[in-house]
Design a protein around this ligand. Structure first.
Ligand SMILES: Cc1cc2nc3c(=O)[nH]c(=O)nc-3n(C[C@H](O)[C@H](O)[C@H](O)COP(=O)(O)OP(=O)(O)OC[C@H]3O[C@@H](n4cnc5c(N)ncnc54)[C@H](O)[C@@H]3O)c2cc1C
Length: 473
């Protein structure tokens, strides 16, 4: 297996300037990585490039990590179809590759008569979206199932197939499989210009020119800018910030399901959700901004979340906070994805993947593959990719520190480095020598959970850094 992964220096002639790629995907978030994986199933020369030093380093690293059923999508929209298909595809892929998923189910809780009256309509909408397993439950059953809910909950719509998934392992699995199957991954490679003619495109990147016949723009928050480089003025991305609070694993027992609000005119609202890491999330906010780098948390945002959280699960507010973070949704003023093919240009724009892109990623990738064919890409029949098993970060599944067999075979899996998250030396060693290794401590955290627990690296930070730096070339 020859792997081409570059992170610095000019692209060599065979990586772009002289040898033309069949397809280049700009943006290695969950959508771009899924697309590269889909392309890897075909006999094509494909490049996946990203301005950042890691895959999944944009919006894909900071979401609520729910594997949606699409029950509440706009019926008939492209998003509704791709979320529904994506749920199926990603559920199967996760089972195959070991990406942790927990089918905890969701409860849309009605807190007043108006919201209670809205539940049958939401159930009918779910039916129109092809989701038939939802049902309305009364206040008594709701309280039995969620005893820590705040006072005044009148009933709920149960959506049993809403699940939580690992947001970090998912794009890493896609990109790993793509790279192992021959896709070239170029990181720290920002697209700054595009020259297009009937033969294809020459991308001006921060690492030199790159030639490609077909181009996929999966640049997330910056998809509108790449689109403009190709001469279009179709959509503008307005970042919609979502701030979240992560509560300690000791809070996990307070909630069994994903607790969703009944959506209103102000959007989907604030939820409380378990994570596959054993924490609870409270969030997100929805703030329209104009700064695509504004991923900081604010006192006002956190105050608002605490206020909403107090209503949903009052005891949550007594629990310790592990971390806060924020992600930016790539909103475009249209309540649907903006995926468009341009056959004359051999180009597909994948814009406006706002708040469901993790779930829909594999279906978006398949859809883009079809559109690439419509732009003239001759791809032939897809082949099976060699199987992949990802390291498990999920609390509900067997982690190395709990596996006597694994520890007996290799004591490094019994040597804990990060005690809060129980991350072992063996896992850190594996991540540092993986097909796509991390290039920062944050990248290492997303691959192992090291430094991600209640002390946020206060105790293990120096050891983790020493391992990270010691293994750097
Ligand atoms: C608060 C919040 C909660 C969410 N919750 C959920 C959820 O529960 N479930 C769900 O399914 N979805 C959820 N989402 C949505 C999901 O996270 C996104 O739809 C998804 O991550 C978008 O992926 P992407 O690959 O399109 O974009 P990104 O992950 O942003 O990737 C785009 C990439 O393009 C790169 N790039 C940009 N410009 C250039 C350039 N000029 N040259 C090279 N590279 C470039 C960036 O570096 C980046 O890595 C949520 C989003 C937010 C913000």
């Amino acid at each position: 297996m020859t792997v081409t992964l570059t992170t610095a220096g000019p692209l060599t002639p065979d990586q772009g300037a002289e040898h033309t790629y069949d397809v280049t995907v700009v943006g290695a978030g969950v959508v771009g990585a899924a697309t590269a994986r889909e392309l890897a199933r075909h006999d094509l020369r494909t490049a996946l490039i990203d301005a950042a030093d890691d895959i999944g380093n944009g919006t894909s690293k900071a979401n609520t990590a729910i594997l949606h059923t699409g029950f509440d999508a706009v019926p008939g929209s492209l998003e509704a179809r791709l979320v529904r298909e994506g749920h199926e595809l990603l559920s199967a892929y996760a089972a195959e590759t070991g990406i942790p998923v927990e089918r905890v189910g969701a409860l849309l809780v009605a807190w007043d008569e108006e919201q209670l009256a809205a539940l049958p309509g939401l159930r009918a909408k779910a039916e129109r979206n092809g989701y038939h397993a939802s049902r309305i439950i009364g206040a008594g059953e709701l309280r039995e199932r969620e005893p820590h809910l705040g006072p005044g909950a009148l009933g709920a719509l149960e959506v049993p197939d809403e699940s939580v998934i690992c947001p970090w392992t998912t794009p890493l699995a896609f990109a790993t499989q793509a790279v192992r199957a021959g896709v070239h991954l170029h990181l720290n490679c920002r697209v700054e210009g595009v020259d297009s003619d009937s033969g294809g495109h020459v991308l001006t990147t921060s690492r030199g020119p790159l030639r490609t016949r077909h181009l996929v723009n999966a640049a997330g928050l910056h998809a509108d800018e790449i689109d403009r480089l190709l001469g279009h003025d179709v959509f503008t991305v307005t970042p919609r910030r979502g701030q979240l609070i992560v509560f300690d694993t000791l809070a996990r027992g307070l909630v069994g399901h994903i607790l969703l609000p009944v959506p209103g005119p102000a959007g989907k609202g604030v939820l409380v959700a378990p994570t596959v890491f054993g924490n609870l999330l409270l969030g997100p906010t929805a703030e329209e901004l104009d700064d695509k780098t504004a991923t900081g948390s604010t006192a006002e945002g956190l105050r608002l979340l605490r206020e909403k959280g107090r209503r949903i699960v009052p005891a949550l507010l007594d629990e310790e906070v592990t971390a806060v973070y924020a992600g930016l949704r790539a909103a475009t003023g249209q309540e649907d994805y903006r995926i468009q093919e341009y056959p004359g240009l051999r180009y597909v724009a994948v814009g406006g993947i706002r708040s469901t892109g993790l779930t829909a990623s594999m279906a978006i990738a398949r859809h883009v593959m079809g559109l690439l064919r419509a732009t003239g890409l001759e791809a032939g029949e897809p082949r099976e990719l060699p199987p992949l098993t990802m390291p498990n970060l999920g609390e509900a599944f067997l982690r190395p520190y709990r596996s006597a067999g694994l520890i007996a075979r290799d004591p490094a899996y019994g040597t804990i480095v990060c005690h809060c998250e129980q991350v072992t030396l063996g896992e850190i060693r594996d991540a540092l020598s993986a097909t796509i290794p991390p290039h920062s401590l944050d990248g290492l955290r997303r691959r192992t959970r090291a430094r991600g627990g209640r002390c946020q690296g206060f105790h293990c930070g120096a050891d983790v850094r020493a391992l990270f730096e010691g293994d750097r070339p």
